[in-house]
Design a protein around this ligand. Sequence first.
Ligand code: SAM
Length: 160
Amino acid sequence: MSDTDIRPGERAADLPPAADAQLRFIGRARTPFASRADCPRQGRLDGPDCALELDLVWADALEGLERFEHADVLYWLDRSRRDLVLQSPKSDGTLRGTFALRSPVRPNPIGLSRVRIVRREGARLIVRGLDCIDGTPLIDIKPEACAYTPEAPAKAADGA
Ligand code: SAM
């Protein structure tokens, strides 16, 4: 069975060609995982060191991130099919809705992982907690929300 084969009971939508928003990839994930089968189902904070290898133009965009212990990383699960409405994660005919799963198969295959920041090496951020194939395109990196205090002044709607 290939990575994109449909399983018994699963249902795909009949979709027109995707008109993608113009995402701008910021770099690539460097991981020890060569294929989907090699990846963990979810990254672990005690997993192997991986690198967020940013295009050089974004190197300075990492300034200040090392103050945080954790970051949220968004990436594009580029080898996923994008048309499944119902999925059978266990391949046993039991079905779940795509939006009730964290499966890589979704209309917009965005992966989200909370990672531990290990260190910065110029345009590379070494992290633990990824679960994606080596070379997966990166969309964004943000400090983890709970540890983050907005630097801009509070607005009325913040209850300030
Ligand atoms: N942690 C993310 C999340 O919850 O949004 C992703 C979880 S997803 C279950 C992780 C799985 O996606 C991996 O185990 C692997 O099977 C698959 N995967 C990893 N890299 C991929 C890629 N570039 N394209 C498609 N699937 C990928």
